[in-house]
Write a protein that binds this ligand. Structure first.
Ligand code: COA
Length: 645
């Protein structure tokens, strides 16, 4: 059994043995799959799917064979799903990283007096990064423990060890997550991006670590060098914003030249990228800051001042727009939050050790990375710039603070805030579209060794019954009936959450069965070519709770062209939502969705208030498969019609 080690600063040594992710029983997954999809597809299609699933699961059938192989794989590996999941979720995906894959964390807006002030902030931030990395390398990070549902169990810490030593290398069909040895001496530099130029900032000079003052000195030199237009290099970072296959093809062209090869090698081994942004010229609000983090505003703004393959990329804008944009494959948002909260606390809690003057020590001038271009490479850069611009124009983002109440009100109703918010999201979607769709909610499975996430399928039949009761005027249910439906929906959601976080979700299991069939070179079983399976993986609503304890928020893009990305951050007295969609879809509009969400949250509160006391069924029953019984329904109300498209 693998052992996770914790080395508390006092020298006491504790270790936690984390269990392996279980392989759920086949029948349980198949039943749950049918229950999850019954009310989301047409009856005729459902009957067809049911027959396929029954055949797949029958004694001696394909399902049993694949399940047996999966159990064998589980015996032989620490985590049977990890590689399948990583490839399916990230490495096989061909879409561009900005917006489609990389999440961003938006820091509080800073008020810099001038450029130098922003560089001081950046130097302090990098000092914090080095301190945090030291904690990772010396393994003194305290082990995380689960909070909320099933609180108290230790969580796998592996994701922390991939924050600064990984790189996503583009491939023609599949990317590779390159992992450098932690604490490797090759990795003693960061890359600083300024005016689309890339510079190497060595953090160890003559075997001595740079002090904050020295880092500032080097950053000042970099800014000056970036201004020298004669030495300016083409904006090569743009290539990393392109589709993964396009970038892999371009990279193949680049590496034919040794200058480019060397520049790429230095970037690929850095600890992190620091992007020193010029003022974007955009009005600074939550939404515009989030946009600048996700895509940099395109090549005309800061979109080329990035290297999207690098998992940790810090942005410090002269106009106070700061945050990080991350390549997602090595870690989840929760680990990112822990790291960035540490940095924010470091920034506010430990005074800058700079004094007034900058360092006087003799430091070598940071090197500017050089590139060899050809007319062909110029064309590739132009094509990448155009594609990034399209993505920028298409993203419809709305960051919204719902201030009527927060999670304390929900807890007082004896309801899980997360389940409540998920039901509210279903209500909003139904209001806008008159139906429910496959929904993804990330469920952490860090209780298990190398655990990442599984999916909570929030579009339950109970949620459908509730949203219908709330929107269908003809249903004219009494408030107590509606309240019962709300409780049913909350309990179904909470039960699913417990199922998923205990490793019994269906998405990872179905993926495992599908992939092991491929490994066995079997023809893809019909269950995985069926229309319902395809629909079940089109996450039109892609949601995730990313809570913070300091002022900052997370955001990401939709995962399908006609979908919404919805990241939420529940606070005691308010709820923060970052909603994204694409202007190109006539089915979505972030502002309309937010409006429906606002209305629904108020209606749900009113319903709770009208119901005098919480029902005794409040506490969710033990984890069980969700049972479904409803069909989809009504039209978009005129108040929520999408406009301006
Ligand atoms: N009555 C009163 N309080 C309740 C309650 C109830 N019935 N049910 C839950 N609560 C409380 C909890 O005790 C908890 O209290 P705390 O804030 O003091 O810790 C709080 O409400 C939140 O619990 P809940 O809303 O149920 O959610 P959770 O914290 O268990 O989170 C998930 C649920 C699914 C979000 C979580 O398990 C998870 O997996 N998070 C990771 C998501 C992720 O990976 N995001 C990043 C993706 S990149």
């Amino acid at each position: 059994m693998p052992i996770l080690e914790r080395e508390p600063p006092k020298g006491r040594r504790e270790s936690y043995v984390l269990p392996k992710v279980p392989v759920p029983p086949l029948k349980q997954t198949l039943d749950m799959y049918l229950s999850c999809m019954k009310h989301l597809v047409k009856e005729e299609q459902y009957q067809k799917t049911k027959a396929i699933v029954v055949k797949f699961g029958e004694p001696g059938g394909t399902g049993e064979l694949l399940q047996k192989k999966l159990l064998e794989r589980s015996d032989k590996t620490y985590n049977w799903v990890y590689d399948y999941w990583l490839e399916d979720m990230y490495l096989n995906q061909r879409l561009a990283l900005p917006v489609n894959s990389n999440p961003a964390m938006v820091f509080p807006k800073q008020n810099f007096k001038d450029r130098k002030d922003s560089l001081r902030f950046a130097a302090h931030l990098i000092t914090g990064v080095l301190e945090y990395k030291e904690r990772i390398d010396t393994r003194v990070l305290p082990v995380d423990f689960a909070r909320g549902q099933l609180a108290g169990t230790p969580l796998c810490m592996k994701q922390y060890y991939r924050l600064f030593n990984t790189y996503r290398l583009p491939g023609h069909k599949r990317d590779t997550l390159v992992i450098h040895k932690p604490g490797s001496t090759e990795q003693e530099h960061i890359i600083v991006a300024c005016k689309n130029q890339f510079f190497v900032l060595d953090l160890v000079v003559n075997k001595k670590k740079l002090k904050e003052m020295d880092i500032l000195t080097q950053l000042e030199k970099i800014v000056k060098m970036a201004e020298n237009s004669e030495e300016r290099q083409p904006p090569f970072g743009l290539l990393t914003s392109d589709g993964r296959t396009e970038w892999a093809q371009a990279r193949e062209v680049l590496i034919k030249d040794s200058v480019n090869r060397e520049s790429l090698a230095v970037i690929e081994k850095c600890l992190c990228v620091l992007c020193l942004d010029n003022p974007s010229g955009m009005e600074v609000g939550d939404t515009s800051r989030a946009l600048l983090m996700l895509h940099g505003g395109g090549h005309e703004k800061m979109g080329a001042n990035r290297w999207y393959d690098k998992p940790m990329q810090f942005i410090v804008g002269e106009d106070g727009v700061c945050g990080t944009v991350c390549e997602h494959s090595p870690f989840e948002g929760i680990v990112l939050v822990a790291c960035t909260e540490y940095l924010m606390k470091f920034m506010t809690g430990s005074p800058s050790k700079m004094g007034r003057a900058t360092s006087v020590s003799e430091l070598p001038t940071p090197a500017r990375l050089l590139w060899k271009t050809t007319p062909h490479i110029q064309d590739l850069l132009k094509a990448s710039a155009e594609r990034l611009q399209r993505l920028v124009r298409d993203l419809d983002m709305d960051v919204h603070k719902f201030e009527v109440y927060g999670k304390e009100f929900i807890k007082k109703q004896k309801m899980s805030p997360d389940a409540y918010i998920q039901v509210a999201l279903q209500l909003a979607f139904y209001r806008c579209n008159g139906r429910l769709v496959s929904t993804y909610e990330s469920a952490s499975i860090r209780r298990f060794h190398e655990g990442r996430v599984d999916n909570i399928r929030s579009a339950t039949s109970e949620a459908l019954a509730f949203v219908k009761a709330m929107t269908d005027e003809k249903a004219s249910l009494s408030d107590s009936e509606k309240m019962k439906q709300l409780w049913d929906a909350i309990n179904a959601q909470t039960n699913y959450t417990i199922t998923a976080i205990t490793g019994l979700g269906i998405d990872n299991h179905l993926l495992g069965l599908r992939e092991i069939a491929q490994e066995l070179k079997m023809e893809r079983p019909e269950i995985f070519t069926d229309e319902t399976y395809v629909a079940s993986n089109q996450f039109i609503l892609s949601t995730s709770q990313v809570p913070t304890t300091v002022e900052m928020f997370c955001c990401y893009g939709p995962v399908v062209p006609n979908g919404y990305g919805c990241c939420y951050n529940p606070q005691s007295d308010h709820l923060l939502f970052s909603v994204t969609s694409f202007h190109g879809s006539t089915e979505t509009c972030s502002a309309v969705f937010i409006k429906a969400l606002d209305e629904g949250l108020v209606e749900m509160r009113d319903l709770c208030r009208k119901s005098n006391k919480p029902q005794s069924s409040a506490a969710p029953a033990a984890s069980k498969a969700v049972v479904n019984n409803q069909g989809a329904g009504s039209k978009l109300p005129s108040t929520l019609q999408k406009t301006g498209k």
